[in-house]
Design a protein. Structure first.
Length: 688
């Protein structure tokens, strides 16, 4: 999918969320196995979704892909509105490392069902239909539950499908798995109707405890501690009931009745290929209710009388304060050995546990005649077409909005320049960012940035104390008696002037702004602010540049100048806008910035690169090719200057270490950077 389409669907998503909830969320894109995740940075909600390269989007038209992406945006927005990240984090901190994986899986299933059950309180129209379309897509591409061999995987897969569509695909291979699934569905249904995240967490812990003791043979002792009130005070409460959920509730009950009546039939149905649900849907097909389906995404629901994006009932205004104070990620579905597919997002439920074979689109619900019934009931083909038509109109408006913004260029000065002689870059787009003094001061105070900067200032001062200032000949300063008295010395520079070694250093700091930085961008922002404060105090010339790539076209290098060499004190306040964006072309970026730094008059030059992972961008700039290109750029830059690599807590640290060699450190936070960078700079300064 091209970057222009992604940019437009991002704008459409922001506009929908702003019109309904009163404030926008930041939306970014990244490749990989995750469908999406959300988190809170300070008080601002952020959503990161797949860039359309996930296998889920195979065989879809461009418009269908965009509709599905909008559905993921809506799902993640519901997490930001309704999921209490702090409560989730507190629960996780109580569990053993072995228990956490199972609990995350169960809670993700329950919480996804819950937030979508209440979706109609907040959304309607194409927003709700895009969510239904994504759920239909997830269900259609999911494998049958009996593709997994073990009972626990079958239970988890069935629970995912039950939550999505109030239906399951395939048959349990043992009575034990079927009976335990029925037990889990009682908790699942209870969790679905909970108005607070805290209650859902409590119920998910009960289900986890049951499955853990039954299938993983472990002694779990923390439930009583949980029940004694550790979680008190957490949870975001839904103020309104969802719309018309009766039909889906009946379908859920029909599934449970059918499974309860099929005792002993697992072996027979497995051999014959018949569904465990045969003859169970008389109640299903006989209940023809009008109105919406209540937003849990199951059954034949439609948003009732909702032509626009605004909800027709409920208190959407309550969502505006939901994200305050939480700093954890909403990527609650991190998969373990239990659930494969790599989808660690709140929205990605297409992955199934230990599944084998080709995903099937066939459903295993039946009408009263025993024939299989389509899962299209959640959203009809006509509604999909209508939603796509509405989306096309919004995309056209977004495109006009982008064009007008580009033409006006009100906020930021932009320079576009062709890049020559680089196999992996064609253009460089430089943007000079505006400042925000109030936001900067608030971050400084809240995160004790000045104190961390003082630590680094002290360490850097010690570096130059250990290397005394030198002297140079000058036309003013302290007279040099030897040169003054020498009749053969005709140069007017008979004075000596002290060289401040700190003034003989120029530092350029490059900060990775790729999409993968989303979970670490807050610490990267604080680190950049800390470095800015320290270098300003030391009167060392410096610049801070954020780098991304392919934001508009492939082979683009996007550079945002937060602090330039001649910046004022106000300009550094632009660092509050440092953010995770799209891709990263580290090789071309390092070549461009090292050329810029090499033009400085200072004798000693340092390029400091903060990144969270390996270089990766569109058009094949990935893997060993991108790593080799970046390593070559570092080697070339080191012929003219010192280069230090800083990893921001990432599994890719070994790759970064191999590229940067000895001049490399891995840190988790601004404080750790302030404590460790001085020692590395001392080693580097020995070469100056």
């Amino acid at each position: 999918m091209d970057n222009k389409a992604l940019k437009l669907i991002g704008i459409v998503g922001k506009n929908i969320l702003k019109s309904i909830l009163g404030h926008p969320f930041d939306i970014g894109f990244k490749p990989g196995d995750e469908l999406g995740y959300s988190y809170v940075d300070g008080k601002k909600g952020k959503i990161v979704i797949n860039d359309g390269t996930h296998e889920m989007f195979d065989d879809l038209s461009l418009n269908e892909k965009l509709l599905a992406l909008l559905g993921i945006i809506i799902h993640e927005a519901l997490h930001l509105i309704l999921t209490s990240f702090s409560a989730f984090k507190n629960t996780i901190n109580m569990l053993s490392s072995e228990m956490i994986r199972l609990f995350k899986t169960i809670f993700n299933i329950f919480e996804d069902t819950r937030i979508e059950y209440f979706a109609s309180v907040y959304f309607g129209g194409k927003a709700l239909n895009s969510l239904y379309f994504m759920k239909k897509l997830s269900y259609d591409k999911a494998p049958n539950i009996d593709d997994a061999e073990d009972a626990l995987s079958q239970i988890i897969n069935a629970s995912i499908q039950y939550g999505d569509f109030a239906s399951i695909k395939g048959n349990f291979t043992t009575d034990e798995a079927r009976e335990d699934f029925l037990k889990i569905t009682e908790w699942h249904d209870e969790a679905m109707r909970c108005r607070s995240c805290k209650q859902c967490l409590e119920i998910a812990l009960k289900a986890t405890n049951y499955l853990w003791n039954k299938y993983l043979d472990a002694d779990f002792k923390t439930f009583k501690k949980f029940a004694d009130g550790i979680m008190g005070g957490f949870g975001d409460k839904v103020e309104s009931a969802p719309k018309d959920t009766g039909e889906k509730d009946e379908k859920r009950e029909a599934i449970k009745r059918s499974l309860s009546e099929s005792d002993g039939k697992s072996e027979k149905s497995e051999k014959s290929g018949e569904s465990d649900f045969a003859g169970s849907a008389g109640e299903e097909s006989g209940s023809e209710k009008e109105g919406s389906d209540g937003a849990d995404g199951s059954g034949d629901g439609k948003p009732s009388d909702k032509k626009g994006d605004k909800k027709s009932g409920g208190k959407s205004g309550t969502s505006s304060d939901k994200t305050k104070g939480d700093s954890s990620s909403a990527s609650l579905g991190e998969t373990s050995g239990i659930s494969s597919g790599g989808d660690s997002s709140g929205s990605g439920r297409s992955s199934s546990a230990d599944s084998k074979g080709t995903p099937s689109g066939e459903t295993h619900r039946s009408d009263s005649s025993g024939e299989m019934e389509s899962t299209d009931g959640i959203i009809s083909e006509e509604e999909i077409e209508e939603a796509i038509d509405d989306l096309k109109e919004d995309l056209a408006k977004a495109e006009k909005e982008v064009k007008e913004a580009e033409e006006s260029s009100i906020e930021n000065a932009v320079e576009v320049e062709d890049v020559t002689g680089d196999a992996y870059a064609k253009r460089v787009i430089r943007k000079y960012m505006p400042g925000d003094e109030a936001a900067y001061e608030a971050l400084m105070e809240k995160n004790a940035v000045a104190e961390a900067a003082d630590t680094l200032v002290h360490d850097i001062k010690n570096i130059f104390k250990s290397r005394p200032d030198g002297w140079k000949m000058s036309e003013r300063g302290n007279i040099n008696a030897k040169r003054w008295k020498d009749p053969n010395f005709v140069d007017p520079r008979v004075f000596d002037r002290r060289i401040d070694r700190k003034q003989e250093v120029a530092i350029l700091i490059a900060v990775d702004e790729s999409g993968s930085m989303s979970r670490r961008v807050h610490q990267a922002k604080l680190s950049a602010m800390m470095l800015s404060e320290a270098l300003t105090a030391l009167h060392i010339p410096y610049a801070i540049v954020g780098y991304s790539a392919d934001e508009e076209w492939n082979f683009d290098v996007n550079l945002r100048y937060y602090v330039n060499w001649d910046s004022t004190a106000f300009d550094k306040t632009s660092l509050v806008f440092l953010d995770a964006r799209v891709q990263n072309r580290d090789g071309p970026t390092i070549r461009l910035l090292s050329e810029e730094l090499a033009k400085r008059k200072e004798r000693n030059k340092l390029l400091l690169v903060l990144s969270d992972g390996a270089p990766e961008a569109c058009a094949g700039y990935t893997g060993s090719k991108a790593i080799a290109d970046t390593e070559a750029a570092i080697i070339d830059a080191r012929r003219k200057m010192s280069v230090i690599g800083v990893s921001m807590q990432t599994s890719a640290a070994p790759i970064l270490a191999s590229m940067y060699g000895n001049d490399f450190i891995e840190v988790k936070s601004m404080d750790e950077l302030s404590e460790t960078l001085g020692d590395l700079m001392k080693d580097v300064a020995r070469k100056w």
